[in-house]
Write a protein that binds this ligand. Structure first.
Ligand SMILES: C[S@@+](CC[C@H](N)C(=O)[O-])C[C@H]1O[C@@H](n2cnc3c(N)ncnc32)[C@H](O)[C@@H]1O
Length: 248
């Protein structure tokens, strides 16, 4: 387990009654509890991060770039970095939260792996992607405005080398609504079992309303294929969270 995943201060940001619930933001308060928050909120998070390292071992090409889009504290970058044996590789880790990147920089300094990591503070919709053998977007597309998602994926497809791999991990929406309700309730149970109270779960849900916008698996797969990928498939799912892989 890398330092970016090590349990941090306990997430109690939504534990007390908040009155007016603030819009969720990846600010310093979230940075301070982020590893604890994401591991107790996203079922399968650690498995997905670890297995991104396995995908890196398989797909990363010498003298190419890997992109970690929405890198937060660099958990995916570090998992990837530890598995890269090829020379001449740069991991480009991008986030638009200065607070996240500042902590990420500190965590990277305590990692000894040889592959270069370049931190970029930018909107992932504005950056260039080129000479990529692996692009990882773990739990980030869901924060991008829906109308920008197709163009972002087309840019990623264009920047991937033949044989390059895209990983997208997301919270999912389900149809019909009864199935969505079931999987939401199972997720709620997961969070309760992780020690979150009903108040914390409901206040955080309200805070994320219209900020985290999930889509169905079918919507994701259709969008990925419309960019030119021949195939796309989930390789991991737990309740309403899944990770998809597509190869150019
Ligand atoms: C749930 S976190 C991602 C977690 C991280 N990938 C991991 O696996 O630990 C979402 C991240 O995406 C970043 N983000 C959201 N919208 C962004 C955008 N338009 N451009 C760049 N980063 C963005 C947030 O600042 C946040 O750090």
């Amino acid at each position: 387990m890398s330092d970016a995943n090590r349990p941090s201060a306990r997430d109690d940001l939504f534990a007390s009654p908040l009155g007016n619930i603030p819009r969720f933001a990846f600010d310093q308060a979230v940075v301070d509890v982020f590893p604890d928050m994401i591991q107790r909120s996203v079922p399968g998070y650690q498995t997905i991060i670890n297995l991104c390292g396995e995908l890196a071992a398989r797909f990363v090409q010498a003298d190419s770039n890997c992109y970690d889009l929405g890198c937060s504290l660099g958990a995916s970058s570090l998992a990837i970095r530890q598995q890269i044996q090829q020379p001449g590789v740069t991991i480009v880790a991008v986030d638009n939260s200065a607070a996240m990147l500042a902590r990420c920089q500190t965590l990277l300094q305590s990692d000894q792996a040889a592959t270069a990591v370049e931190l970029v503070e930018a909107d992932i919709c504005d950056i260039e992607i080129n000479n990529a053998s692996l692009v990882v977007m773990n739990f980030t597309l869901q924060f991008i405005a829906i109308e920008k998602r197709q163009a972002l994926l087309e840019k990623i497809y264009a920047g991937l080398n033949p044989g390059g791999c895209l990983v997208i991990s997301e919270k999912l929406l389900f149809e019909p609504e009864s199935l969505n309700q079931l999987l939401s309730e199972l997720h709620h149970q997961f969070k309760s079992a992780q020690g979150y109270s009903d108040l914390e779960i409901s206040q955080k849900r309200d805070s994320l309303e219209n900020i985290l916008i999930p889509e169905t698996l079918e919507t994701h797969i259709n969008r990925i294929k419309a960019c030119g990928f021949n195939s796309a498939s989930p390789w991991f799912q737990c309740f309403n969270f899944a990770s998809l892989v597509a190869v150019k």
